[in-house]
Design a protein around this ligand. Structure first.
Ligand SMILES: Nc1nc2c(ncn2[C@@H]2O[C@H](COP(=O)(O)OP(=O)(O)OP(=O)(O)O)[C@@H](O)[C@H]2O)c(=O)[nH]1
Ligand SMILES: [Mg+2]
Length: 439
């Protein structure tokens, strides 16, 4: 791990390329290829030299350890971005005996040198790949250590509990207090902390993948118009003919920085039309994986048995009833629909835009996480937290101190695999493989 590594850290094709170097040889290498002044933490201008030949006119900086990203000596070169120049600069560094970095190797060194824990290191990757604003915010919170802090609070509770049990087992006669009486409260507190993180994880998946929202309803209720109004442009075909939409039409957008995927579907009805029937079948399948269903009802139409069966078939799913076409003379009021469906009702007109912003707000309340709590966005973390939670539940059920201690140790071990305290090399390899080279 002590060799000095280098990589192109900026994406290809920019005006300026950033080449990073990390390791003991950083200073020596920089002075051997750069004609400018090399003062710690000072960017200076000079030539990139290959023997006597100028490769490029560049800026460069040397940053001594330990206050660097990796915790090692680092240098950065800012060359022009052309592919030929960058490739010569990289060849030059390799010819000086440096090694091209593996994906994520800079961050791995940061982790190994104690600059960040594993949860933070993994957040670096999520910050790089986050597409929507809220997803980036969640990853930055994790990078700043909000998840690590909550986990270390839970670890403290468990370590205390465990040491109490161990003492009681080893020296049963010497303890004055009864360590077991406080145990359920401590375990419950830790389990609650974990279940809150898991609850947030459900929402966090939305930030990573986008909330999946499916619009369902009878033909002609205004589903395609609603989709177009929500995404802000005319994506789905709208006509007065019932049965216009025959396939699923999906579009990505974001509401207030939260990524969402909205699907418009074929109107649900009995029909002999082969194509339409396939569309209706697809609509029914789409609802199974949705985070939220928008049930579209036509305010200018009568309540029907099809509406009734739509309600029955979507029972148990997260739903909002949308009363469409509010600009027309209503045959059914918002209140009546609320009573008929037992759901929260939003009244909208896709034609005038009335109620659309309110509907977006209500959608977000259902699918988006709150801003404050740390968010677990990573699937590996979620799986580990689930196992930790199960172990604590099992510890709460047992009357045997030995069994409780084993369960608590299992929980601690799994939490430690998130913060990196108990993680093994193979897992580390897998985590850092996901990174891009240069980070
Ligand atoms: N006045 C008014 N008309 C609307 C509104 N929304 C939809 N319509 C009309 O209602 C008809 C059906 O609209 P669509 O959006 O195609 O309805 P749909 O539910 O997608 O219909 P299918 O694809 O056939 O299931 C069209 O003539 C629209 O112009 C609205 O808010 N106000
Ligand atoms: Mg349609």
């Amino acid at each position: 791990m002590n060799d000095t590594i280098f990589a192109l850290s900026s994406p290809a094709g920019g005006a300026i390329a950033v080449i990073r170097i990390s390791g003991n040889e950083a200073l020596e290498t920089l002075t051997s290829v750069f004609s400018g002044d090399v003062k710690p933490r000072t960017v200076s201008h000079g030539k990139l030299l290959d023997g006597g030949e100028t490769v490029d006119d560049i800026m460069a900086v040397y940053i001594p350890s330990p206050k660097t990203y990796t915790g090692e000596d680092m240098a950065e070169l800012y060359t022009h971005g052309g592919a030929a120049v960058v490739s010569r600069a990289l060849d030059l560094l390799q010819s000086k005996g440096l090694r091209p970095a593996e994906p994520g190797e800079f961050t791995r060194r940061a982790y190994i040198n104690g600059k960040m824990d594993l949860a933070q290191a993994e957040a670096v990757m999520d910050v790089i790949s986050a597409s929507a604003e809220r997803s980036a915010k969640a990853a930055v919170m994790q990078l700043e250590g909000s998840l690590s802090r909550e986990l270390s609070r839970i670890e403290d509770i468990l370590v205390d509990a465990l040491s109490g049990i161990d003492a009681a087992i080893d020296y049963p006669d010497e303890l004055e207090e009864d360590v077991f009486s406080g145990l359920p409260a401590a375990l419950n507190e830790a389990a609650l902390g974990i279940s809150k993180l898991l609850e947030g994880a459900k929402h966090a998946a939305v930030l990573r993948e986008g909330a999946s929202i499916v619009i369902l309803g009878r033909p002609n209720t205004g589903k395609s118009s609603l989709m177009n109004a929500l995404i802000g442009h005319s994506r789905a075909i709208v006509t007065p003919v019932p049965g216009t939409t025959r396939d699923i039409i999906e579009e990505q957008t974001s509401f207030n920085g939260v990524p969402v995927r909205i699907a418009d579907t074929a109107g649900l009805r009995e029909t002999d039309d082969l194509v339409e029937n396939i569309g209706i079948q697809r609509a029914k399948e789409a609802k199974e994986n949705a985070d939220l269903l928008l049930l579209a009802f036509d305010s200018a139409g009568e309540w029907s048995t099809e509406d009734e069966s739509l309600l029955n078939e979507t029972r148990g799913k997260e739903r909002i009833a949308v009363l469409c076409k509010s600009d027309l003379e209503p045959k059914i009021s918002e209140n009546e629909l609320r009573v008929l469906t037992g759901l929260e009702v939003c009244t909208v007109s896709s034609l005038t835009g009335e109620g659309i912003e309110e509907l977006k707000g209500n959608i977000l309340k259902k699918v988006a996480p709150s801003e404050e709590s740390p968010l677990v966005t990573n699937k590996r973390h979620i799986a580990l937290l689930k196992t930790a939670h199960e172990s604590l539940e099992s510890a709460l059920l047992t009357n045997e101190p030995d069994c409780a201690a084993t369960d608590i140790k299992t929980a601690l071990d799994h939490i430690g695999q998130i913060t990196g305290k108990t993680v093994d090399e193979k897992v580390l390899d897998r985590i850092f493989e996901r990174f891009c080279v240069g980070k």
